[in-house]
Design a protein around this ligand. Structure first.
Ligand code: SF4
Length: 394
């Protein structure tokens, strides 16, 4: 739950999750829809699905006991080397190493590993180093200590080298990055080192320097933070979609119900419920484009949106939910919403259609449903944002 998510955000989800699935057996017996509903809003839904699959295997193949052996842990869905190492060492005190973001930073600095941490060779080297340095008799404590050191002392931008057990003033330091920085600083005239750097506000726009300001002092900080080196991430994919929020008052009801469609069982947001959507072909983010705003297209109402809406009508007809083509004229635009998935910059162009309350609008297909209380459904955050736009009064 904590991957890419802050503790404060996770707390409520964790409590609800544990109240609903207090044991592995409870989770194994739960229907995936129930699991998704409890997870809804936390993102990365694949993790919820894998937890559910994992629980089923633990119950069927391991007598409801989480295995402690690395080989067995690695066979479980969603458990990679880091999680297997963490469960084995912390829960069972097995002699397994682990490497996460914090350990990567600490090891890269202690050993002055300058390779790109995105490269498989560097990753292999870091895992090898973690194995070699592991205190096998207290592997759980040792791994946690590494991770804590990385989160509290050897932080990304302000490492506290003088308070660190690997650096420090009162004993012989062993951290190579720290030693390198001391040698470099001694070689340069400390008093005049500031003159080597121009403060950002005094400099002209530069394409070479990072936007990070140097903190020039006699500290080693700006030298040790060269480690670890991480090459720039690939540009995210850009996905543009039109979404049609269809609503009506079903017979005997005074409140609106909304048409929901279940997403495919595989891929992004698998198995969750959404409003009918048409995705346009993907693009790559143009260089220098502001990634924080919906795409330019959203502000200009591109001419192919009606084609997308038409496509949604056809897709619904294929699911035995036919809408009169005259209703196309009643489709209204409500604006756009941007949602950032880890590797996709998604813009939804939101449209609404209100159907007259004259028929039952029966649904034959199991992947379509009417819903008046959206909070009771496993609807991903992206579509909750869409709903807000569709129902906001302008
Ligand atoms: S001495 Fe500095 S760079 Fe080295 S591990 Fe400690 S905090 Fe990190």
């Amino acid at each position: 739950m904590l991957q890419q998510t802050q503790v404060e955000t996770v707390k409520g989800y964790f409590e609800r999750w544990m109240a609903k699935f207090p044991t592995v057996k409870d989770l194994a017996q739960a229907d995936i829809e129930e699991v998704n509903k409890t997870w809804a809003g936390l993102g990365y839904y694949q993790r919820a699905r894998r937890l559910s699959e994992c629980a089923k295997i633990i119950v069927s193949d391991h007598k409801s006991q989480i295995p402690s052996e690395l080989e067995e842990l690695l066979k479980l869905p969603g458990i990679g080397p880091y999680t297997a190492g963490a469960i084995g060492s912390i829960a069972f005190n097995r002699p397994y190493e682990l490497v996460d973001g914090n350990v990567t930073r600490v090891l890269s600095r202690i050993l002055a590993i300058s390779g790109d941490v995105r490269s498989p060779n560097t990753v292999k080297k870091l895992w090898g180093a973690a194995k070699e340095l592991l205190a096998k008799e207290r592997a759980g404590d040792f791994n946690q200590a590494y991770m804590d050191l990385g989160s509290m002392i050897c932080t990304p931008n302000s490492p506290k080298c003088t308070s660190c057990p690997f650096g420090g003033e009162s004993h012989e330091p062993i951290c190579k990055a720290y030693l390198e920085s001391k040698v470099t600083l001694e070689a340069i005239d400390i008093e005049n080192i500031s003159s080597l750097f121009i403060k950002k506000e005094e400099s002209e726009e530069c394409n070479i320097c990072t936007s990070k300001e140097f903190e020039v002092s006699s500290s080693c900080t700006f030298l040790v933070t060269r480690y670890p080196y991480k090459s720039p991430a690939k540009a995210p994919r850009v996905q543009e979609s039109v979404v049609l929020v269809i609503k009506t008052k079903l017979p005997g009801s005074d409140i609106f119900s909304y048409l929901l469609l279940q997403r495919p069982k595989q891929g992004l947001l698998a198995g969750l419920w959404m409003f009918p959507t048409h995705d346009f072909p993907e693009q790559i983010v143009p260089k220098g484009k502001d990634k924080s705003k919906p795409s330019q297209a959203s502000e200009n109402e591109p001419k192919d949106h009606p084609k997308g809406i038409q496509h949604i009508f056809e897709s619904l007809a294929a699911l035995s939910f036919s809408l009169d083509s005259k209703l196309l004229d009643q489709v209204k635009s409500c604006g756009s919403v941007l949602h950032i998935f880890s590797h996709i910059r998604q813009t939804y162009h939101v449209y609404t259609l209100t159907l007259p309350s004259i028929s039952s609008y029966a649904l034959d297909d199991g992947i379509l449903r009417w819903c008046s209380d959206l909070s009771s459904q496993p609807i991903p955050t992206a579509y909750q944002k869409v709903f807000k736009v569709a129902t906001s009064k302008k």
